[in-house]
Design a protein around this ligand. Sequence first.
Ligand code: HEM
Ligand code: HEM
Length: 178
Amino acid sequence: MIQVWDRLVRLLHWALVASIATAWLSTLDLGIGWAHERSGYVAAAAVSIRLMWGWAGRRYARFAQFVHRPSVVMDYSRQLWRHVEPRHIGHNPLGGWMVVALLTCVGGTAFTGWLQTTDRYWGSEPLEIIHTWMAWGLLGLIALHLVGVVFTSLRHRENLALAMITGRKAAPHGDDVA
Ligand code: HEM
Ligand code: HEM
């Protein structure tokens, strides 16, 4: 086994999961409406720290390690289609762009939420609509993210969710991309 996801990546990941779940749940009639803005700010903080870590962090945390050119993503998609895609120790090329999409959408949702608390955009209906749609878009991305995690776990017979808890994955072998 090798260490892939460092402590900060894991902490930020589960902080994002908890804060976004709370932000969503607080829009329901559960009496926790007070938690909406706070949990949204926690999510925004997690995204900001993750962005910095994407440049300054360890090998598998760096964007340069997993954000690839479109041609690489297309090649990987074709391999996926033919069931011959290699196992990636870090994020695979499709997963890499999913990370970018998730972080952007969380950031955008929190930003448009915060804008509504400013004097300028207080009670702005268009912003309310954009914020709500971004929150739904985020939910869609999360669903795709989970499909990707389950699919890849099954394909390579490896519990990726557990790896996001322990940080460890099986050492590379054969055609694996390290
Ligand atoms: C609010 C919901 C979620 C969001 C916003 C989210 C976001 C993210 C982000 C940003 C990453 C990239 C990690 C990094 O490099 O920093 C990631 C990776 C990952 N997430 Fe999530 N996640 C969510 C829910 C979950 C859940 C519920 C699970 C467990 C079933 C999960 C499992 C994983 C795994 C296994 C990876 C690593 C994927 C890989 O091996 O390439 N995520 N997620
Ligand atoms: C990133 C996590 C966030 C998610 C997933 C999220 C999600 C949502 C959703 C789904 C709604 C619509 C609720 C409804 O129509 O009943 C909403 C409304 C709202 N959110 Fe957020 N939000 C987030 C962050 C924030 C932040 C950081 C703020 C402000 C600091 C904020 C402020 C608001 C406000 C003022 C509304 C009311 C708009 C309305 O009346 O519908 N949100 N949010």
